[in-house]
Design a protein around this ligand. Structure first.
Ligand code: IPM
Ligand code: MG
Length: 370
């Protein structure tokens, strides 16, 4: 039996808790198979943490996240907290986790499961077989750059400002992740910025180019402006393998790429820190979708993105590719069987609830493992 892994669950707000409950079913199933045992702790993040502690993540939960082998997060935010002070708003909890755990590499795969080709708003031939990986820098850039704020100038003019800033080390460490992934995939990286208008974009392009020349001359490298990338993603997404980009452009482009697949409800993500001497990386996994307050608590949400995030955890944190493949296959099979949650509902399919989807997934796992 593999050593015990300590996981921290942060279900968060909205549909977060209900989708996380379906992952618990998968974990229970895995515990029974005894390939590994998980010690699952639970904490609060986002509005749920604010309601309990007055902050978007407490110091105790922050420490648990730092100590865990991996964190699984549901979703944060909702209209209930619209008027909460900026530093305590639900998103601040997520940003604190990313920053303090130093999770600089955000992996957002966008792949189309064959049975869902018709769920995309794009033509089937454009998206069928699509499999791209967006590597978004997650702890620097304009999200964290200083100075930032609002001020009134002596002449009474008011202004608001943020700073887009990257150091060479912040670029090369996330580039390493992108190039390493590309080597295991189709060996192609598109580095995306706005070097035509931004100084930091010119800098990004130069650092990536020099780094690639020195260390990854075997990987095909392309450069693309972010606006063109958004357009190319909907025009001909299969030209991409790995997209390497900064925090803000990565936020935008990953939402765009997500819709190619038919639903945000299908997309997992991994956020990774640097490896220590033992090879262990701090890591947090979360579905790309948000808290969907409009359907929260109604057992309607799609749990598959969170289940696929757990599968990414097995793959990237625990080197359990076989178990991850099994879960991915079970997701594919459950879709093949015709079950759909509301977000991916298609004509002739059976609409099911979040919990029924979770149960069906475990049944598929049982079949596959039999
Ligand atoms: C994401 C989200 C977050 C971001 C928000 C919730 C702070 O949009 O993970 O893509 O902007 O990074
Ligand atoms: Mg986003």
């Amino acid at each position: 039996m593999t050593a015990n892994k300590t996981l921290l669950f942060l279900p968060g707000d909205g549909i977060g808790p209900e989708v996380m409950n379906q992952v618990r079913r998968v974990i229970d199933w895995m515990d029974k198979r005894r390939s590994v045992t998980f010690n699952v702790r639970e904490g609060l993040v986002g509005g749920a943490a604010y309601d309990a502690h007055g902050v978007a993540v407490s110091d105790e939960d922050m420490q648990q996240a730092m100590d865990a082998d991996a964190v699984l997060l549901g979703a944060v935010g909702g209209p209930k907290w619209d008027n909460v002070a900026r530093e305590h708003r639900p998103e601040a909890g997520l940003l604190r986790l990313r920053k303090e755990m130093d999770l600089f590499a955000n992996l957002r795969p966008a792949m189309v499961f064959p049975p869902l080709v018709g769920a995309s708003t794009l033509k089937p031939e454009i998206v069928s077989g699509l499999d791209i990986m967006i590597v978004r820098e997650l702890t620097a850039g304009v999200y964290f750059g200083k100075p930032r704020g609002e001020e009134t100038l002596p002449d009474g003019t008011q202004r608001g400002f943020d700073t887009q800033v990257y150091t060479d080390g912040e670029i090369t460490r996330v580039a390493d992740v992108a190039f390493d992934l590309a080597r295991k995939r189709n060996n192609k990286v598109h580095s995306v910025e706005k070097a035509n208008v931004m100084e930091s974009g010119i800098f990004w392009r130069r650092i990536v180019t020099d780094h690639a020349t020195a260390h990854y001359s075997d990987v095909e490298l392309h450069h693309m402006y972010a606006d063109n990338c958004a357009m190319q993603l909907v025009r001909w997404p299969k030209q991409f393998d790995v997209i390497l980009t900064d925090n803000l452009f990565g936020d935008l482009l990953s939402d765009c790429a997500a819709m190619l697949t038919g639903s945000l409800g299908m997309l997992p993500s991994a956020s990774l820190g640097a490896a220590d001497e033992s090879g262990r990386r701090r890591a947090m996994y979360e579905p790309v979708h948000g808290s969907a307050p409009d359907i929260a608590g109604q057992d309607q949400a799609n749990p598959l993105a969170t289940i696929l995030s757990f599968s990414m955890m097995l793959r990237y944190s625990f080197d359990m590719a076989e178990d991850a493949d099994l879960i991915d296959q079970a997701v594919s099979n459950v879709l093949d069987s015709g079950m759909r949650t509301a977000d991916i509902m298609q004509d002739g399919m059976a609409k099911v609830s979040c919990s029924v989807m979770g149960e069906a997934l475990v049944r598929q796992l049982e079949k596959l493992a039999a």
